[in-house]
Design a protein around this ligand. Structure first.
Ligand code: NAD
Length: 411
């Protein structure tokens, strides 16, 4: 099932549980605005090349729309639509005053030079500058984009509208980025995991963890788990997988990855078959790479007791059912990976205030938001007798529906 079908299905289940009026349900599902623009740039050799850029603005009932911009060859309108919708529910789950959006350009960033990427970003910003803004729609980096991309977007936007640091988040610190943003999603994953484990009288200390994906989110989560006494016994990335039943030394593994470009052949671990990672025995499995990795082919073989969805949409609905029947507890993506957008919100607040927070304040506030959201999800689970995914969806959808109703429908 593709991401849009799966997200819409979860939304519809939540709408049914909440008893939403069919007209509100329909209006919440349809995006506020879908933008598609042609971006033509001269390549370094003088030839012209055209790309298609998208921005889907899903909902703004609770505040400016918020979501990443991804540069990837497989950016397609359906996926952008699904991810924009997920952002609407995610920002509502952690109760930050935003709606949801997502964007992207269908391109292969590694095939473009830095100056070609800059031109492409500037053309995209020129095409959408009237439709984004500090109080309208606030982009951020996503797959294939980074702080530099946001710096170019900010510069291009500011040519039309004056200096506007809060128009994008995930910026370099020198341009108003927030301390703590780089680690925020991984740190949020760990705060979410701690809140979940506490429900079962457990903590990270002494438990075993397996992490698929060792990029920004996976490597930060791994480091922070180890700091808390958890044993990360296997990790994988696109280059392969390694394991050590006594726990990997994550700081050394990061250094090894940086120096060799690969996880494999790490002194202090054995190489393992990457296909075994998701079904490796552990207490907590943290998929932190791709969508759809837990599916009907492998779900029944999963041996973790808890799954924390750091990646977006790692569990497809068929796997969700199989895992639930097996008694595996799943902490859903719209909550578990919300730490990144939460610290993006802190960045936006700091830019608007013109006042920079220290990192301790950022991390403390992040913990407060993540912990509060977990308790609110649990309350929904109790009220509606549902699992954590539906607890999170009902929490998010209910908040957006309430805001929509309060604003009214008069033209
Ligand atoms: P990243 O590009 O930094 O890292 C991705 C990692 O996945 C890399 O280690 C890569 O090697 C690995 N990978 C790719 N294909 C793989 C495969 N087939 N098997 C195993 N590993 C594979 O990306 P990221 O920012 O860490 O994001 C990871 C996930 O978290 C994505 O699903 C993303 O949408 C989600 N997410 C990220 C953020 C954020 O702030 N970065 C926020 C919310 C959600």
């Amino acid at each position: 099932m593709n991401a849009l079908a799966a997200t819409s299905r979860n939304f519809k289940n939540a709408a049914r549980i909440l008893g939403l009026d069919a007209k509100i349900e329909r209006s919440l599902l349809i995006p506020f605005r879908e933008i598609k623009v042609e971006c033509t740039i001269p390549k370094d050799d003088g030839s012209l090349v055209s790309y298609v850029g998208f921005r889907v603005q899903h909902d703004n009932a609770r505040g400016p729309m918020k979501g990443g911009i991804r540069y990837h060859p497989e950016v397609d309108p359906d996926e952008v639509n699904a991810l924009a919708q997920l952002m609407t529910w995610k920002t509502a789950v952690v109760d930050i005053p935003y709606g949801g959006a997502k964007g992207g350009i269908g391109c292969t960033p590694r095939d473009l030079s830095l100056s070609e990427l800059e031109r492409l970003t500037r053309v995209f910003a020129q095409k959408i500058h009237d439709l984004i803004g500090t109080h309208t729609d606030v982009p951020a980096p996503d797959m294939g984009t980074n702080a530099q991309t946001m710096a170019w977007m900010l510069d291009e936007y500011s040519k039309f509208h004056g200096h506007s640091p809060a128009v994008v988040t995930g910026k370099p610190i020198d341009l108003g980025g927030s301390l703590g943003r780089e680690a925020a999603t991984g740190r949020g994953v760990v705060f979410a995991t701690e809140a979940l484990l506490a429900e079962y009288g457990k903590s990270c200390k002494g438990l075993t963890f397996v992490i698929q994906g060792f990029g920004n989110v996976g490597s930060w989560a791994a480091r922070l788990i180890r700091e808390r006494g958890g044993k990360v016994i296997a990790v994988s990335d696109i280059t392969g997988a390694v394991k050590n039943p006594n726990g990997l030394d994550i700081d050394e593994l990061v250094k090894h990855k940086e120096s060799t470009g690969s996880l494999l052949n790490f002194n202090g671990a054995d190489n393992m078959d990457p296909n075994e990672v998701l079904i490796h025995e552990c207490d907590v499995l943290i998929p932190s790479a791709l969508g759809g990795v837990l599916n009907r082919e492998n779900a029944s073989s999963v041996r973790a007791k808890f799954i924390v969805e750091a990646a977006n949409h790692p569990t497809d609905p068929e796997a969700d059912e199989i895992l639930s029947k097996k008694g595996v507890i799943i902490l859903p993506d719209i909550y578990a990976n919300a730490g990144g957008v939460t610290v993006s919100y802190f960045e936006w607040v700091q830019n608007i205030q013109g006042f920079m927070w220290d990192e301790e304040k950022v991390n403390n506030e992040l913990q407060r938001y993540m912990t509060q959201a977990f308790h609110n999800i649990k309350n929904m689970c109790k009220t509606y007798d549902c699992n954590l995914r539906m607890g999170a969806f009902t929490l998010g959808v209910n908040r957006v529906a309430r805001a929509t109703n309060l604003r009214g429908y008069e033209a």
